[in-house]
Unconditional design. Structure first.
Length: 319
C-alpha cells in the first residue's frame, strides 16, 4: 500500500459511533482550546481535528487505541513543547498523527515519542528543533512517512527494540544521525528517503537487521551508512554520495547483501567491511566511483563472500 493510500485508509477507520472533536486555540471557536483536553474526551475511533494555531502542550495519548489526530494545515498547526518536554507521546495502538508541525521539545526530549504502540501512522508532519525528531521504543509495524524532519539535535528518527516498521518518503536533514537504529531492531524497512546533511546518514548499533533501499544518502558529514552487528541486512539501490567518511561501512554484518548501489565521491572508502563476522556477504553490481579512499576495503571479511560485477573506477581495492 502506498503512503497516500495508507493515510486515506487511516482517515476512514472508525466505528459507526465515532465522532469528530474539534480544537482551536481561539476561545469559543471549537469544542476545545487544548489538544490534550480533546484527547481526554475522546473514545476509540474518534478523530481530533485541530485548526490553525500554536498549541504549547505536552500531549499524551494513553487512554484509547485508534485515535486520529489531524491538523488542518501542516505548517500552521503547531504543537510546541516550550523547550520543556516531549511534544507528543503515543502509548496506544493504531494512532494516526498527520498534518502538524511538532517543535521545540528541548534537547533532552522528543518531538513525537511512540512507546510500546503498534500499527500507528505518522505522516505529513514537519518536525524540527527537538532532541530526537521521532523516537520509537518497543513499537512494531508502524509507518513513518512523508515527514520533513530537520534541525533536531539528536536523531531525526530513532528506533530502539523495534520490528517491522516502515520508514518511507521522509526528508531527513541537519540532524545528528539521520536515522539511528539502536539495540535489537529487526526487519525494519527504510526506503525512498532523502537523508542529507546530517552527521551520519543511517547509523546502527547491536543486533539490527534492516532493509535499506532506494534512499538518497548524501552530503552527511561522517558516514553515509554505518551498520554494527547487523546481520542479514539488505542495502540495495541507494544513492550514496558526497559523505564525509565511508559511504557504506559494515562491521559484523554476516549474510548481508549490498547490491545495485551508487557509491560515489565519498571522502573515505566507498564500501568497507571490517571483521570476520562479515562472512557470507554479497557485494554485487555496485557502481563505486571517485571515492577518496579505497573503493572497496575488506578487512578479514572476504571469507565465503561473493564479490562480483562491481564497477570500481578511480579508486583502489584492498582485500
Amino acid at each position: 500500500m502506498t503512503l497516500a493510500l495508507a493515510v486515506a485508509a487511516a482517515l476512514l477507520v472508525g466505528s459507526a459511533t465515532a465522532k469528530t472533536i474539534t480544537v482551536d486555540d481561539d476561545p469559543g471557536m471549537a469544542d476545545y482550546e487544548h489538544i490534550q483536553d480533546a484527547v481526554n474526551a475522546a473514545s476509540p475511533g474518534d478523530t481530533i481535528y485541530v485548526f490553525e494555531g500554536l498549541y504549547i502542550e505536552h500531549v499524551v495519548v494513553d487512554k484509547w487505541d485508534s485515535l486520529q489526530l489531524i491538523g488542518d494545515d501542516r505548517e500552521n498547526v503547531v504543537i510546541d513543547g516550550g523547550w520543556s518536554g516531549t511534544c507528543l507521546t503515543i502509548k496506544k495502538d493504531n494512532t494516526t498523527v498527520t498534518n502538524f508541525t511538532v517543535q521545540s521539545s528541548g534537547s533532552s526530549h522528543t518531538g513525537i515519542y511512540i512507546k510500546d504502540a503498534d500499527d500507528c501512522l505518522v505522516a505529513n508532519n514537519t518536525i524540527n528543533a527537538n532532541g530526537d525528531g521521532i523516537k520509537l521504543d518497543g513499537s512494531n509495524k508502524n509507518r513513518i512517512g512523508n515527514n520533513k524532519i530537520t534541525s533536531n539535535s539528536g536523531s531525526g528518527i530513532y528506533l530502539n527494540y523495534c520490528e517491522y516498521n516502515e520508514i518511507m518518503d521522509n526528508d531527513i536533514r541537519d540532524n545528528s544521525d539521520g536515522i539511528y537504529l539502536d539495540y535489537s531492531n529487526i526487519q525494519n524497512e527504510i526506503t525512498h528517503n532523502d537523508i542529507t546533511s546530517n552527521s551520519n546518514g543511517i547509523n546502527s548499533d547491536m543486533y539490527c537487521s534492516s532493509k535499506i533501499t532506494n534512499n538518497n544518502v548524501t552530503d552527511n558529514s561522517k558516514y553515509g551508512i554505518y551498520l554494527y552487528w547487523c546481520a542479514s541486512s539488505q542495502i540495495t539501490d541507494n544513492n550514496i554520495r558526497g559523505n564525509g567518511n565511508t559511504g557504506i561501512y559494515l562491521s559484523a554484518g554476516q549474510y548481508s547483501k549490498i547490491t545495485n548501489n551508487k557509491v560515489i565521491s565519498n571522502n573515505g572508502n566507498g564500501i568497507c567491511l571490517s571483521g570476520d563476522n562479515n562472512r557470507n556477504s554479497k557485494i554485487t553490481n555496485n557502481e563505486i566511483i571517485s571515492n577518496n579512499g579505497y573503493g572497496l576495503y575488506l578487512y578479514d571479511s572476504e571469507k565465503e563472500s561473493e564479490i562480483a560485477q562491481n564497477n570500481i573506477d578511480l579508486s583502489l581495492i584492498h582485500i
